[in-house]
Design a protein around this ligand. Structure first.
Ligand code: OSB
Ligand code: MG
Length: 368
């Protein structure tokens, strides 16, 4: 198919509830959505880069520039018959995985819609529904946090992830564990610690956590390997894994026992499935991370998480947890067994609501 038009949209959507991590507190999400058109068919992709370089160096601003100046010129007016064609065209580009991923993912959607097959089928992802949990941000005090966890447990989530940082860790986990002794519980530090904090890790190691996510430096694997040796709890890497190579290096030195796969962080669905396959061959379970996506990104996450080695619940909560009015429909709704259904419709299986998109849009640019 010859790509004849690409649009990029800079959007802003307020969260239902502010989200605080060890690096920032945000009340709204700023992000880019792209559409890629060929022969009258449109594919959609979401870029997970945020407003500032906190989780990653990529931002809405850097992604916009890389898309406009470097990525879009590599694919506009070109013949694309499979996602691999995009991967090859982008192979010269170093870094900027979130910018690359949104074009590649939009192309998967485009090809799925054109051929009349769902993304999960394109990925040979056989599960009909995927286990999910909820990622609970840092709150002002423990009582507020316990209320939020209770709310999500009442909603039906059977796995909770707590964001931690120095001063908001052992005590918080202790309270949650005492109140819900059997809850599937994990923590995410977003790189807020060093090996000097070994005593804190030893204490966290006593709470029967599913995993400790990215406790150390955001580019590190060496210190994580040292830490993993000291703990019973599996270390899970998020920020440090930007590509298939990073995953291989981490597994080679036993830096973790679990990997969180985020499609945007690794540069698109092709790399995400390659990391899935590598981990599967190495007996390393994976799970699908989230970036507080709209339903466009969430649909991709749900399809990906339907692959067989996604063994742990994903950070893919129901649509209602994120925004009052998502820009694409239908919404994802939590089933009573803490799962979301995998869409069957063609491509990613959600459709952009033009009016809602326009309402959230700060700026747009058309390339044709
Ligand atoms: O580290 O997993 C993370 C959100 C923004 C940046 C980093 C992370 C997160 C989440 C969100 O935990 C999980 C979700 O999308 O529900
Ligand atoms: Mg994380």
């Amino acid at each position: 198919m010859r790509i004849d038009r690409i649009e990029i949209h800079h959007l802003e959507l307020p969260y239902v509830h502010p989200f605080e991590t060890s690096f920032s507190r945000e009340t709204k999400r700023e992000f880019i959505v792209v559409s890629v058109s060929a022969d009258g068919v449109i594919g959609w992709g979401e870029c997970v880069a945020g407003s500032g370089p906190w989780y990653s160096y990529e931002t809405v601003g850097t992604a916009w520039e890389i898309l406009e100046k470097h990525l879009i010129p590599l694919v506009l007016f070109e013949n694309i018959d499979k996602a691999q064609d995009i991967v090859e065209r982008f192979s010269r580009v170093r870094g900027h995985p979130m910018a690359r991923a949104c074009i590649e993912n939009a192309t998967w959607d485009l090809l799925g819609r054109a051929k009349g097959i769902s993304l999960s089928r394109m990925l040979s992802a056989g599960c009909e529904s995927v286990l999910v949990g909820v990622s609970v941000g840092i709150e002002e005090n423990i009582d507020i946090l316990l209320d939020r966890v209770e709310q999500h447990v009442d909603e039906g989530y059977r796995r909770i992830k707590l964001k931690i940082k120095p001063g908001w860790d052992v005590d918080v986990v202790k309270h949650v564990r005492e109140r819900w002794p059997d809850l599937a519980l994990q923590v995410d530090a977003n790189s807020a610690y060093t090996l000097a904090d070994m005593q804190i890790f030893r204490e966290l190691d006593q709470f029967d956590l599913l995993l400790i996510e990215q406790p150390l430096h955001h580019e590190d694997i060496v210190d994580h390997a040292k830490l993993q040796k000291e703990l019973m709890t599996p270390v899970c890497l998020d920020e440090s894994i930007h590509s298939l190579e990073h995953a291989r290096w981490a597994l080679d030195i036993n830096a973790c026992r679990i990997i969180n796969i985020k499609v945007g962080r690794v540069g698109g669905l092709t790399a995400a499935t390659q990391i899935h396959d590598l981990c599967s061959d190495s007996d390393i379970p994976v799970w699908c991370g989230g970036m507080l996506e709209s339903n466009i990104g969430r649909a991709v996450n749900v399809a990906l998480a339907a692959m067989q080695n996604f063994k742990l619940p994903g950070d893919i909560s129901a649509s209602a947890r994120y925004f009052h009015q998502d820009i694409a429909l239908p919404n994802f709704v939590l089933n009573s067994d803490s799962t979301l259904d995998v869409p069957h419709d063609h491509g990613i299986g959600v459709v952009v609501d033009q009016e809602r998109l326009d309402h959230a849009c700060i700026a747009s640019k058309v390339f044709s």
